[in-house]
Structure formats: structure tokens, C-alpha cells
Design a protein around this ligand. Structure first.
Ligand SMILES: C[S@@+](CC[C@H](N)C(=O)[O-])C[C@H]1O[C@@H](n2cnc3c(N)ncnc32)[C@H](O)[C@@H]1O
Length: 505
């Protein structure tokens, strides 16, 4: 059914709890029926646990603060809101942990694995907690979701000749996947967030989901699972830029709010083309995007600029429209919320079977082979306008101490980073000048950072994924901690005072 994501050889699924590649030995674990197809999967899976612990820390701190406030503001107009919010936060703490339990159980059975290189590869930038509004959107009968569902179903009815298999990429809460599964013999929900898929699978399998929506006044939501059906749905955790589907194997691909969040939309389009059957369809419903080579001053691509791009990538355009979508509309839950009405590009493409493309080997595979000499001769460039911005923040909390923290912003995402983390970013990104090849950059970092060849190539592979900052960030941070402990702090601070770096494409 699947192929190995690194050597691309057929995978024969012989075990219940893992799929092992008989050619390269890669081991892809299966948790509660969901296989995890990422490089170094067994060690990478730790990333989910860390992601959960961070979210848990955030909620716990919030609960502590609310608990204190509750005591201080007992006789005020805020009291009832504080009390309700505290209860909601405590409920969400349990909700958060639930889908991570199979992961923690799995890790408990594994020997301690010191290889922390790869676990950053599970980061999508969204924890299961961040996905709760999507569960509400997909499963509470919102008119916005109905609109897109009907639009997609109509397009399938009118255009999909082949009804064998469909994959929804970045399937999230899996509402759309479930809605269209009946059209096909087999359907796949693809998402890098294993916890989100575990939660969606349990829900679709009949387990109700109750949580509180922070963006809607912490109101309580209870979602009722869909009626049991015989739909043949498979879930798989993998990165959409490197999927385990065989070449030319799927009838239809759907991307919903996905094309706009990947840093390399062209790479995603190529991967979609690879896995589609000849004349297979791609339906997209995502905010406008731009590719790395586009003039940044022009912003996102306009609708009429898409056909030349997609034709050059081997697709024929069937339809192309501007749509409006109320994104994560929580109006029905609370009166006091804002709504965001977004422009969305809706398009349907067909894989052009006459288009010539060498699909024998995925371009991305080169990063898994340190013995491949050509990869070392490649010269990475910095993408114009994709600044990686470091900022140092100082906050004053009324005591004599000053709290200093660092944050990093990439493509509108801002998150805090440990000091050590910056060092590798600086070293590698500074070395990228469009002239130096990967071997030269590798050697520059070798003395100071100490990544070996395999790890270095893996690091370069990671930025071809979406949410680049997250991937690079986690990866680098862990390495710095492992190799340098706290010794680099002074140097890093020095770098931060004046520098701005850019993002690797
Ligand atoms: C913005 S949400 C959209 C969810 C769903 N498509 C919807 O519109 O309701 C993006 C989803 O894509 C997933 N995701 C992000 N980057 C991914 C990647 N590189 N590979 C696979 N899934 C990814 C996230 O985990 C999340 O579930």
C-alpha cells in the first residue's frame, strides 16, 4: 500500500505495530492504527510529547494565575468569569493530554534514545489544543463548513472520473475527509500532527469530544460523533512534502487551508503531481500563496497568475475561483467574538498525463544520502523577503528584576526561543550566500556546531517543509543543548544585539 519515504521502495506491512522497510531498514511505528511516516520516526516521536508538555505548562500557569485571581477578586464583577475560565482551563488540560496518551505509552516501551536530531520533524506549529476550533468548525454543523463541503462534493461529482482513492492533506479535524469518503473506495487523512489524527480517528469512531473554546469566551462545546459508517478511512501521520504514496497511485488530492501554510508550495505541487494517477484531480481550498521565486513586492499570487504556474508544473486547470470563507467562525458560541472573512482560492486541476517528468526518484531523497556527491555541490540561496527576525524582549513586572527573552518571527509566526538555539541558525544562515555549496557550509558549522554529515543533510531537508522556523528551531535548539550546554549564551546574546538573519529556502 505504501512506499518508504527515504528509499522509495515498496513497504510490505507485515506487523501490527510497525512497518519496516526491508530495503533500508526504516522503522515506521503504528499507533492506534495510525502509521507515522517520518525520517527517524522512533526518535522523532518524542517531539509530540514535548509539544504536549509545553502546552500543558502554558495551561497550568494560566490555571495558577486564575486561581490566585479568584482569591483576590472574590467580591468583584470579574469573579464569575474567573471561576468559569478556571474550570474551562482545567478541563482543557485533560482534553489536551488524551490524544497524546498512546504516544507516551509507546515511548515508555522504547529504550532511551539519545538521537534527538530528528524529532523536530513532527512540528506543525499547531498542537492538538490549537486544533480545537477546527474540530468545532468541522463537526458542529457550521454553515461555513457546509459551504465548502458542498463545493468540494459538487466538484467531485462533476469532475472525478476515477473514484478509487482520495487523500486529504493537512486533514486536521478530518471533517472534510469524512464528508467525501463515501465517494471513494479508500480514503486517506494525511497530517503531520499524530495527536490530531488520533483525536479525529477516536471521534469518528464514536467517542464524543468535549472541550472549551478559548477564543469564544471559554464556552463549553460537546461534539457528537458522526453515525457509524462503513467508510474505508485510513489515517497517516506524515509530512505532505514527502508522502509514502506510490507514484501515480491516487485518484484525488484535496488541500484545505494547506497550500498557503507550506513554505514551498511548488514542492508540494510536485509531490501532489507525483502521487496522482494520470488525469487525477487536485482540489484546493486555501488562502492565496506565493512561491519563493515570486517578486515579493507583489504579495500573494492573484488568481490569473496561477494557470501559467500550474501548467508548467504539469497540471491542466479545470476551474479557478475566488471564494470567501468565514475562518473559524465562533459567532454561534459567543456573542463577543470577531469573525474573519477571508479570500480563498478555490481551484480544480487535472494532472496532465502528456507532461514529461522524471518521477523515478523524488528530488527530496537526496537529503537522505550523505554519499550522494551531487547534493553536496548544491548552493542554497536565501529567499527574498523571508526574513528570520530575532528580537530581544525585556519585560518589567514591578519588581527590580528585568525579564529578558528572545523571540523569533518567520512568515508572521512569532514564538520564543532559547538563547542557545540562535547559534546554529546564525552560523548556517550567515554562511548561505548563494556562492557556498552545501559541503562548504557543512564544514563551516562542523568546527563550531559539530553536526555530522547525515544530521546536517537532515537539517537542510527540514527547511523544505512548512513552518520552516519551527522545524529549524526545534532541531537546532536541541543540538545546541546537547553539544554546548549553556556555554554559548554570551556569544549568542552578542549576536542577537545587532543581527537579523534570513530564512533558508
Ligand atoms: C490550518 S490547519 C487546517 C486544517 C484543515 N485542513 C482545515 O482547513 O480545517 C493545518 C493542518 O495542517 C497540518 N500540517 C501543517 N503542516 C503540515 C505538513 N507539513 N504536513 C502535514 N500536515 C501539516 C497541521 O497539523 C494542521 O492539522
Amino acid at each position: 500500500m505504501y512506499q518508504c519515504i527515504t528509499c522509495q521502495k515498496k513497504l510490505n506491512n507485515t506487523l501490527v505495530d510497525s512497518i519496516i522497510c526491508s530495503t533500508c531498514g526504516n522503522n515506521y511505528p503504528i499507533l492506534d492504527g495510525i502509521p507515522l511516516f517520518i525520517p527517524e520516526a522512533i526518535s522523532s516521536i518524542q517531539g509530540y510529547k514535548i509539544e504536549m508538555e509545553e502546552a500543558k505548562t502554558g495551561l497550568t500557569e494560566m490555571a495558577d494565575n486564575l486561581d490566585n485571581l479568584q482569591k483576590q477578586l472574590e467580591a468583584t464583577e470579574f469573579y464569575s468569569r474567573i471561576k468559569n475560565t478556571l474550570k474551562a482551563v482545567q478541563t482543557n488540560l485533560n482534553v489536551l493530554q488524551e490524544p497524546y496518551l498512546p504516544i507516551i505509552e509507546f515511548l515508555q516501551k522504547q529504550p532511551e534514545n539519545a538521537n534527538l536530531l530528528a524529532w523536530s520533524m513532527v512540528k506543525t506549529g499547531t498542537t492538538f489544543l490549537d486544533m480545537l476550533p477546527y474540530f468545532y468548525q468541522d463537526w458542529s454543523g457550521t454553515s461555513d463548513f457546509e459551504k465548502i463541503k458542498n463545493r468540494v462534493c459538487k466538484t467531485i461529482t462533476e469532475n472525478a472520473v476515477d473514484r478509487e482513492s482520495v487523500a486529504v492533506l493537512g486533514a486536521g479535524a478530518c471533517g472534510l475527509l469524512h464528508s467525501i469518503a463515501d465517494f471513494f473506495e479508500i480514503s486517506y487523512g494525511v497530517d503531520l500532527s499524530l495527536p490530531t489524527l488520533l483525536a479525529a480517528k477516536a471521534f469518528i469512531g464514536g467517542k464524543p469530544l468535549t472541550f472549551h473554546l478559548s477564543d469564544a469566551d471559554w464556552q463549553k462545546i460537546t461534539l457528537t460523533p458522526p453515525k457509524i459508517s462503513t467508510k474505508n478511512i485510513h489515517y497517516l501521520a506524515t509530512n505532505v512534502n514527502n508522502m509514502p504514496f506510490k507514484n501515480g497511485s491516487l485518484s484525488l488530492i484535496i488541500t484545505q487551508y494547506m497550500l498557503d501554510i507550506v513554505s514551498n508550495p511548488i514542492g508540494l505541487a510536485q509531490e501532489i503531481r507525483r502521487v496522482l494517477k494520470p488525469e487525477g484531480l487536485w482540489i484546493n481550498f486555501s488562502k492565496p500563496f506565493r512561491s519563493a521565486g515570486d517578486p515579493s513586492i507583489l504579495g500573494m499570487r492573484k488568481l490569473d497568475e496561477l494557470p501559467p504556474l500550474f501548467n508548467s508544473l504539469g497540471f491542466e486547470v479545470i476551474n479557478l475561483e475566488n471564494e470567501r470563507f468565514n475562518y473559524l467562525n465562533l459567532e454561534k458560541v459567543s456573542d463577543e467574538v470577531d469573525t474573519v472573512n477571508q479570500l480563498v482560492h478555490f481551484f480544480t486541476l487535472r494532472k496532465n498525463k502528456l507532461f514529461e517528468q522524471n518521477e523515478a526518484s523524488k528530488q527530496i531523497s537526496r537529503f537522505f544520502d550523505p554519499n550522494c556527491s551531487s547534493v553536496w555541490n548544491e548552493r542554497p540561496r536565501i529567499v527574498n523577503d523571508r526574513n528570520l527576525i530575532f528580537s530581544q524582549q525585556k519585560s518589567f513586572d514591578g519588581t527590580s528584576s528585568v525579564n529578558e527573552s528572545l523571540s523569533i518571527s518567520i512568515m508572521g509566526h512569532t514564538f520564543s526561543i532559547p538563547l542557545d538555539f540562535a547559534f546554529l541558525l546564525e552560523t548556517i544562515f550567515r554562511a548561505i550566500d548563494g556562492e557556498k555549496n552545501l559541503r562548504e557550509i557543512y564544514l563551516i558549522q562542523k568546527n563550531t556546531i559539530g553536526l555530522d554529515e547525515k544530521s546536517f543533510l537532515l537539517l537542510i531537508y527540514i527547511p523544505t517543509f512548512p513552518s520552516v522556523g519551527f522545524y529549524v528551531g526545534w532541531y537546532v535548539w536541541k543540538w545546541c543543548i546537547v553539544w554546548h550546554g549553556g556555554l554559548l549564551q554570551l556569544r549568542v546574546l552578542h549576536v542577537f544585539r545587532s543581527e537579523q538573519s534570513r530564512m533558508l529556502f
